[in-house]
Each structure stands twice: as C-alpha cells, then as structure tokens.
Design a protein around this ligand. Sequence first.
Ligand code: PLP
Length: 440
Amino acid sequence: MVFGFEHVRRMDPVAYDLAVKEARKQSEQIRLIPSENYASSAVLEALSTSFANKYSEGYAGRRYYEGQEFVDQVELLAIERAKKLFGAEYANVQPYSGSPANLAVYFALLQPGDPVMGLGLPAGGHLTHGARLNFSSVYYQSHPYVGREDGWLDYDQIRDQALKVRPRLLIAGGTAYPRLWDFAAMAEIAREVGAYLLADIAHINGLIIGKVHPDPVPHCDVVSSTTHKLLRGPRGGLVLGKDRALQGVSEADALKRINRIPGRIDRAIIPGIQGGPHVNQIAALAVALEEASRPDYAAYAAQVVKNARALAEGLLDRGFDLVTGGTDNHLILIDLRNKGIPGWRFARVLYEAGIEANMNSVPNDPNPPLKPAGVRIGTPAVTTRGMKEAEMAHIARWFGELADAMSGEEVVRPEVVDRVRSEILEVTGSGRFPVPGIDF
Ligand SMILES: Cc1ncc(COP(=O)(O)O)c(C=O)c1O
C-alpha cells in the first residue's frame, strides 16, 4: 500500500494504478541511480499541503497577491534553514529545479555571449554547464574543460585553459565525477582570470552537509543545487552564497542591492526567468532541511560514502574497471570495455535483474552518447533503506554474476538473471530495508 492515495484511488483508478505500480517497483528494485533517493513521508506529505493552491509571485513582504502571511513564513523558514545548514549568507529557495537555478545564475551574472567554462557533458558535467543545444551554449560561449584520460580532474590543465579562454563564469561540479572537488583550487583559478565561480552541488549537497566533502561556500561567489538527490527533499532548486558585490562595481555603488549578488539572483529568478514559486515544494524543502540538520542525517551521509567505497572495492575484486580507480563520494563510474560488454546493454540487463542504474559515457568514450561504454551507479537510495557494507558486497557479487552471464550484447545464461532477480526480491521484500512513504 502507498500512504495517503485513497482519494486518488476513488477519483482516478487509472492514475492510482500507475502510482502503485511505480511505488511497488521503487520498493522491489535495488536503486543505484546516484541522482535518485527516497524522500521521507514528512517531505511527501508537505508536498500535498494546501500551499499547493497558492500563487505567490515575489518575495516575503513583497508579493503581488494578497493572502501571503503563511507563505511568507514558510519561505523564510526554508531560507533560514538553508542558510544555517550550508553556512551561507543568502539563499533563494524558489528555483523550480536545478536547471532553472543554474539559468538564474547565468542570467544574474553574465551578458549573452559571455565565455563560460564548465565540465564537459561527456566528461561528467551537466547540460547546463555549457552542453551543446542547451541554453548555456546557445546563448553563451561555452568552452568546456575535461578531465585527464584516467578521469581525474587536473587543476593545472583547467588553469591553463582558463588563462586562454578568460571565462566570465567558471563552474565546478558535475554529474558523474567520482572524486572530491577542490573548490579552493577552482577559486584561485577564477580569481586569477577574473571569473565568477559557481559550484553546482546538485549531486553532493548531502555530502557537504554531512561534512564528508569539502565545503564550497567559503570559496565560491554562488552555489547552486537541486533539493532532491542526496538532500532527500522535494524536486526543486536552490541558490546559495555570500553577499558579495558584483565585479567591476564602483565602491560607491557596491552597497546597492542590485549591485550585489543576492539582489541579482533574486531578480533573475523573478521576474527574470520564473513566475510564481511552487510553495508546496518550498514547504517540503523546509521539512527536508530540518531533517538534514539532525545528527542522523550526517551519519547517513557518511554511510553513503562508506557504502560507495565498499561497493567499489567489491566491483574491483570482480575485475570491473572503475573510472579513476574508485570513488571518494556517492557514485561510481564503471567502464565496461574490459569486460567486452556495452555499458548501455549492461544497464538494461541489470534492470531486468532488479537493479536500476544508468548507462553513462566514460572518459574518451568511443561510442555515441546513447550507446555509451559505461554505467553509473551510486549509493544514496540504498543507504536510505538502511543497507550497509554487507549488502554492498551482495550487490557487487550480482554485478559480477550478471557480467559473467553475458557475451557482448547477449545474455548467454538467462537463468543467472532470473536467479539474481529472485535473490533481489527476497532482500527487498524481507522487510529489513523499508522505503519511506511506501509500505507493501
Ligand atoms: C550537477 C547537476 N546540476 C543540475 C542538475 C539539474 O537538475 P534538474 O534535473 O532538477 O533540473 C542536475 C541534475 O541531474 C545535476 O546533476
């Protein structure tokens, strides 16, 4: 059963049936997609509160519509909690998601055509970091940087490129980099070339809260994030940072709000790129931030990393080739070329066996993006279920067995897939690893 869906069941059995199927699948699968997690029942409930009915264009005390007394309070609550949790001087909790948060940063700090340097998409950057076809390269001049052949970032190489490109915005952060970011090194490069530094911590927000990843806030002009993924909030976005004056503003003008980064970000979000905020999402974020401020969240973040390391070791023992040789964070990028199995095909077979992962390009991938050589996995969701190192050992074993059951694109021993599937159903159905908000 799924909590609180009774009205949907009565009103719309078709939508109800789909929601139940999705919930059952999320409960039965081993979810290893590193950007996915399970939000708590409290966060899911907060998403369904009457805040969903309210239009609230503007900011607390400066709204266009009447009736904002509770909206203002819940938004200020989320802002204060975000500032405290991340040690930031300002926070904007209105972005609809991570991509609009990044769009707001571009809109606030750059002019169209300004040069930007972010991690390239095939090297593990996000679409909004300057990928072809995205606004970030259509309206700005994108000069992506990449890691070394072995997948590690090389800050000297980034510096050399930045000295040539002279970007107006340098972006640290990505979606498939399994190592720690050196925000201090990125800040030094940004200072040297006169760029703003944005850290996009969508993937690692929870690790920063749990202090198992270096903190970007002291080093960056702006920090953007999603509010889901590791943070386990509702789907949404966040912009954080220091209250700094914009570059190139005279001493006399530097005190004006519009010449300071917070003022610019606020105006970029509304009226710049968005209308009314999703207040139910903001209420749910307030709840998630409260949850993340508790000691058990820091323990969760530390366990996410321990589990990722344990899983990486198990995979290495079974002959898998990991980009950079392992992980320091919540994710692992497997290069399957040495196994002779295409990454995209392995992701499908994993799914048939009950494991959700995603195909992913690896450094210098010879294959097109929809047929990449790698698979990306991560431990946020399984750790939320309470799985630990012992379960990571089982998962690594299943990966090894499934790879051994394949030859190229073919599954040559389908009975192995069936057996792994039933072992997984036994584990996920045992009641030992409950999923928040789902109770079958
Ligand atoms: C690093 C990074 N930034 C931004 C985003 C965009 O978030 P959203 O999908 O919520 O727009 C993602 C999502 O995958 C991400 O990984």
